[in-house]
Design a protein around this ligand. Structure first.
Ligand SMILES: Nc1ncnc2c1ncn2[C@@H]1O[C@H](COS(=O)(=O)NC(=O)C[C@H](N)c2ccccc2)[C@@H](O)[C@H]1O
Length: 530
């Protein structure tokens, strides 16, 4: 019995809960490897049976702290077996975990703590965080369970069961307004998306999936969920190995990885410095698939990857944290000549999207730009403590406004292909007009990329106090030298309308990245302001 005599809450095996859904394999084949992870300079394997034992031990200890279903727990960690066990333990007792990166600065963690008001902060035995306020309990997790340093204040337990609509996790994304927004994800939401993803039949239980995203980026939560729900093996790639192409590829090779999940930027240094080793990895026949998400894979970089990996399948995972994701689309290898924009295909099984034009009319034909509205059971519960931001994107189904059903207004623009597949055209709020003409940043980037010596291009429009917004192109070049700006601009003029010609060209050594590995456009903009 717990503090107020109520039996502690527990996930019920008969309804959707992340713990029961992700440990189903532990029942059927407990000796199968769940996680293969770095250990010293080598690797170690944690089986599904061992993962379940660690999960239950931590769940018991969390229970003893007397927390209530729905209480928040900061889980500051990198992905490994103990992080997964802690994540599953939280799901078992109905605690909402808030993934945090050990690399996040103190003030970012404190902002999240101020907003989420967690009962407990959890970090690994090696964790270095020591700025957690006294109002929050602290504990460390490891292979032998939890070590509680400061018990959380006792809570009154009002709930007796963990239900599928209870919160599994809250991921705080650095909202464009600067204040981080917490995406509240219910158990049934993530499970619905993972079921839809499973219908793509990308992997079997024999696969070994490498996860490269930081734990606080929900791409990592997808990797964990997708892999464990198939009874396959998760291979986390620690940052120390990820940041060295040779070590990264060695880790993939040693662990016998068959699929690598990574944002496009992860591959840039690998192709630049270890293309030979990458090609050998593809020829070995073990690596079968690369899944990317987060942002469009620059076409020329993708083509280069495909030349090195002719036998590997490429898959484009598109979607937002608010619905975990939306579509999982195969990319032809090789990409046919002339294809200049990647398809994001159709929404996964169990979901469907609608394109809505600027005038509110439904777009159901090719070539017209509209905003994607996603009808899906993987919809989040809303933004933490921000009903206004929630109302702005959880809206009545445009096809059936009287029904009371709601859909996710993605803020993404797309056009439709011949058989209804979609092509991503960028964020609605980054669409710009210059002198009344809609500017396609992707088209500008494509053209600049074709200029001799340019290896990467990002186009931005920067507002100006007085006058039209200005178009700027940021480029990386093969030898780091600045391209001849006049020639580059002339090259653009030969293919683009006048209003799409960059007024500023800036050479950077490499593109700055956000903590989640996406091109940091805000940092690029700041280069011009300075
Ligand atoms: N494949 C893409 N092409 C092009 N633009 C994209 C793409 N994937 C996202 N995006 C963009 O990124 C936004 C979502 O950003 S996010 O909320 O941080 N989520 C993600 O980036 C990852 C996403 N949750 C996910 C997790 C697991 C599997 C697939 C996708 C989308 O609205 C798109 O604008």
């Amino acid at each position: 019995m717990s503090a107020n005599g109520v039996r502690p809450a527990r996930a019920h095996a008969s309804v959707d809960n992340l713990r029961t859904y992700l440990l189903a394999a532990a029942r059927q084949a407990p000796d199968r490897p769940a996680v293969i992870q770095a250990a010293g300079s080598g690797l170690e394997t944690v089986t599904y049976g061992e993962l379940e034992r660690r999960t239950d031990r931590i769940a018991e200890q969390l229970d003893a702290l007397g927390l209530d279903v729905g209480d928040r727990v900061i889980l500051e960690a990198d992905t490994d077996a103990d992080t997964v066990a802690t994540f599953l333990a939280c799901a078992t007792v109905g605690l909402a975990f808030v993934p945090a990166s050990p690399e996040a600065p103190d003030e970012r963690l404190l902002t999240i703590i101020e907003s989420a008001e967690p009962a407990l902060h959890l970090q690994s035995l090696q964790g270095k965080r020591d700025c957690v306020p006294d109002s929050v309990g602290t504990a460390r997790f490891g292979p032998d369970g939890l070590v509680v340093e400061r018990a959380p204040e006792p809570r009154v337990r009002r709930r007796r069961a963990v239900t599928p609509i209870d919160t599994a996790y809250i991921t705080f994304t650095s909202g464009t307004t600067g204040r981080p927004k917490g995406c509240v994800m219910p158990h049934r939401g993530i499970i619905a998306f993972l079921r839809g993803a499973a219908a793509e039949e990308l992997i079997t239980h024999e696969d070994r999936v490498a996860s490269t995203a930081p734990f606080q980026f929900d791409f990592s939560l997808f990797d964990i969920g997708f892999t464990l729900s198939h009874g396959a093996t998760l291979v986390p790639v620690p940052r120390a190995r990820l940041n060295w192409p040779r070590r990264f590829l060695g880790h993939l090779n040693d662990a016998g990885v068959t699929q690598v999940d990574a944002v496009p930027s992860v591959w840039r240094p690998v192709v630049q410095h270890e293309s030979e080793m990458l090609s050998d990895l593809g020829d070995s026949g073990t690596l079968r698939r690369i899944v990317f998400s987060g942002e469009a894979f620059p076409m020329d970089e993708l083509r280069t990857m495909q030349k090195l990996l002719p036998k590997v399948a490429f898959t484009n995972g598109y979607g937002a944290t608010e619905t975990m994701a939306a579509s999982i689309t195969p990319v032809p290898n090789p990409l046919p000549e002339g294809v200049e924009r990647l398809s994001i295909g159709h929404a996964v099984a169990g979901a469907e999207w609608t394109l809505v034009g600027p005038d509110g009319a439904i777009v159901d034909g090719p070539g017209v730009l509209g905003e994607i509205y996603l009808r899906t059971p993987s919809l989040f519960s809303g933004y933490w403590n921000d009903p206004e931001a929630t109302r702005a994107c959880v809206v009545p189904d445009p096809l059936d406004t009287a029904s009371g059903r709601v859909v996710f207004k993605t803020g993404d623009l797309a056009s439709m292909g011949e058989d209804g597949e979609l092509y991503f055209h960028g964020r609605a709020d980054s669409q710009v007009q210059i002198r009344g003409n809609r500017v396609e940043l992707g088209e500008i980037e494509l053209r600049v990329n074709q200029f001799d010596g340019v290896t990467g291009a990002v186009a931005l429009v920067l507002p100006r106090a007085d006058g039209d917004p200005q178009l700027h192109a940021f480029v990386t070049t093969a030898d780091g030298a600045e391209p001849d700006t006049k020639e580059l601009v002339a090259f653009c003029r030969a293919a683009l309308p006048a209003y799409m010609i960059p007024q500023g060209v800036h050479t950077v050594g490499e593109f700055p990245l956000t903590p989640n590995g996406k091109v940091d456009r805000a940092k690029l903009s700041a280069l011009v302001a300075s």
